[in-house]
Design a protein around this ligand. Sequence first.
Ligand code: SF4
Ligand code: F3S
Length: 109
Amino acid sequence: MTFVVTENCIRCKYMDCVEVCPVDCFHEGPNFLVIDPIECIDCTLCEPECPAGAIYKDENVPLEYREYIDINEQLSIKWGVVTEKKEPLEDADMWDGVKNKKVYLDVES
Ligand code: SF4
Ligand code: F3S
């Protein structure tokens, strides 16, 4: 079991989730965060913290976002750990709720 960050985080990255994680399993990319599924202890604390509603328990990830289970696993290997909240991305509120944001996912480090 793990929790998973899904599409609505892209171009928002509010980062409220980061500070509540007791085991530091969030990893940061340019416009998205992911959860390391090996480190996550299923404490549930992060899910209600996300203003964008982007975090789900893996078994509850909606069908349209199932691919994010693999995306979290892959990018958590590539990206570094983040433990401190920073400012959300500029225009985060404008992008919150926009559909089909995967095309904007920046996978660079
Ligand atoms: Fe961290 Fe808990 Fe969220 Fe897992 S469920 S990412 S351990 S805050
Ligand atoms: Fe992303 Fe929500 Fe965290 S928008 S950075 S998963 S608070």
